[in-house]
Design a protein around this ligand. Sequence first.
Ligand SMILES: [Zn+2]
Length: 292
Amino acid sequence: MLTATNSRPIHRSCWKGWLPCAVTVFGLWWMAGCTPMDPPQDEPAGGGTEVQEEVSQAQQPKTCQDPDARWSYQGATGPDHWSELSRCFGLCDAGDEQSPIDLEIGTSSPLPQLSFAYRPAPLRLHHKDHTVTVEHDSKSALDFGEMSFRLRQLHFHAPSEHTRQGEESPLEMHLVHSSTGGSLAVVAVFIEPGEDNVALAGIWNHLPTIPGDPFEVPETDIDTAALLPASKASYRYSGSLTTPPCGEDVRWIVLAEAITLSQEKIDAFTALYGGNRRPIQPRGARQVLSDL
Ligand SMILES: [Zn+2]
């Protein structure tokens, strides 16, 4: 079993050059639900990303503070320049396990079963930075192996950040979880045009059009479990936050089956937030495992 203090160095050095080791460590990591790795050390507590803000509220990791840093998805503050915008954003350029990536057919492997214990929660929305975030009350859980995570928030990207053999989807939903030990796990769900989605209606009916403070929609719950596809077959790999500060050691679980949403609602989201995706990052020596 790797320990909290030595897991990251072993993990990272193996990725860089010793493929069998990488496979072994990654397999152990998933199979044994190894000891949570240290949270990224150089992430700001706020101002950089809605994800990090949520994480910092949950676990208060050691962070790199730069609340004034502003980033975007284009031009001088776009992804090509993120690492130049703050000393806290260095991993956006220097990291070697960045997300998103293109997903090919993953290496088939028996993986710990995903156990979702999602519960309805009051609908609390926040238009912050470059997406709408649905803040969660943390009573929903995701377990796999020996690891247990709490759902902190979910948000969307248009078009999708991950691709499958080069193919993108119009939308991608990210469900962001953290453990009490500071590990992060993000479940990604592709959203394709099709039958409308009742579970998403509450969000879409109240999409904030301008950035502002979080607000709760009265007498409205979100049935988060209903947002997941029937099949939980997935791709899994080790990556990063897809927004600055691009912190690594994020467990990515990309569900293979997409959910659907009406074209009208996809267009409505894209009109408000479209283009909020980071370009594909090099996969490098990382293995993508799957139980498809
Ligand atoms: Zn995201």
